[in-house]
Design a binder for this molecule. Structure first.
Ligand SMILES: [Mn+2]
Length: 357
């Protein structure tokens, strides 16, 4: 297991590389060129400059999150071929910089969703909340406006303004795309890029839908063990793998995370793990908490044990953290709570190592 930490770059993150390198056990950052719109090529010189800075701070850049998939690919429009070519070129460039894993998602229009970005917890910290009943009464355009307005001045990953300015038009286009059609479009994309991944030794890791069900009548397919089974077989290559996000996949209660880790781990298809905890409030209503088992509804020991049992050698990072100690950061991506998450997950891992001998 290699412990990593997500970082958005010098101009788009309140957390610095100097701070990240002081978190015990973190060997690398999970990087992102946040100013490049979905579908555009990532230029090699930009990637190299970004990597150089990270390495100058004693950290590695082996994982990218995310290279966003252009909407036309998900919609299956004729223009998708151009964007798939760009994606292949980006894979090649990232490989030249030593990147081993690319995390991405295949969610139509919206990336992750929450109905409250700063819900006060009893201890005074703030966490993100999702309430499906509340979402049902919301207009998608209003939700985007509220989400971007309440993000402490940072663009939210997957919520880049240029990607969402044509929101209404894009939502309209999905009227002709059901889940089967989305699977077809997904297969076309994977058939396009996986040979390049194999050639340049870069593994793809799809992040599950967050939350793990359809929203606003849009199709979503990356949210159950059955569908993940189907996805890894769309192109049956070890390069077509998963980013197993415990919080995203686990908010659907029927998804048993340790069991899913064991299942896909045995197949060698988990390349990246996001490990975090959530607390269920009601039916399709949950909020985020610290990483500690007793603060939420997941057994974090069992999750880490599942990774340990499969002999996981891929990348892990703590996922969303709360805002605490007065920090102002991008929602979910402050320094303190994620650093506490790293320390805790490393503690579980050390105990697993020592007791399994
Ligand atoms: Mn995640």
């Amino acid at each position: 297991m290699k412990m990593t930490f997500r970082w958005f770059g010098e101009n788009d993150d309140s957390v610095t590389l100097d701070q990240i390198r002081q978190i015990p056990g973190v060997t690398g950052v999970v990087g992102f060129l946040s100013d490049i719109p979905a579908g555009e090529l990532w230029p090699l010189d930009r990637i190299m400059e970004y990597k150089k800075n990270i390495e100058a701070h004693g950290l590695e850049l082996e994982v990218i999150e995310s290279v966003n998939v252009h909407e036309d690919i998900k919609l299956g429009l004729p223009s998708r071929d151009k964007y798939i070519e760009n994606y292949k070129e980006t894979i090649k460039n990232l490989s030249k910089a030593g990147v081993k894993v690319i995390c991405y998602n295949f969610m139509p229009v919206f990336d992750w969703l929450r109905t409250d970005l700063a819900m006060k917890l009893p201890d005074g910290s703030e966490a993100m909340d999702y309430d499906d009943a509340k979402l049902k009464g919301m207009d998608p355009v209003k939700l985007v406006e509220d989400t971007t307005k309440n993000s402490n001045g940072f663009t939210l990953p997957g919520w880049e303004p240029e990607r969402l300015k044509e929101l209404k038009r894009v939502v309209e286009l999905y009227k002709d795309v059901d889940e089967e059609k989305l699977f077809e479009n997904y297969k076309y994309f994977l058939e396009g890029i996986i040979p390049t991944c194999e050639k340049y030794d870069v593994k793809m890791a799809v992040h599950p839908d967050d939350p793990a069900w359809g929203i606003f009548g849009l199709p979503r397919i990356v949210h159950s063990k059955e569908n993940l089974d189907r996805i890894v077989k769309l192109v049956d290559s070890p390069y077509n793998g998963l980013c197993l996000c415990s919080g995203a996949l686990g908010c659907e209660r029927k998804n048993n995370i340790p069991e899913i880790i064991r299942h896909f781990g045995a197949m060698g298809r988990i390349h990246f793990g996001h490990v975090r905890n959530i607390k269920f409030v009601g039916e399709r209503h949950f909020h985020e908490v610290s990483h500690l088992s007793s603060d939420g509804d997941f057994d974090m020991f069992e999750i880490m044990k599942a990774y340990h049992d499969i002999g996981f050698e891929g990348y892990i990072r703590p996922d969303h953290g709360r805002m605490l100690w007065g920090e102002k950061a991008r929602p979910g991506y402050g320094l303190y709570d994620r650093a506490l998450g790293v320390a805790y997950l490393n503690g579980l891992w050390e105990a697993l190592n020592k007791t399994s001998k």
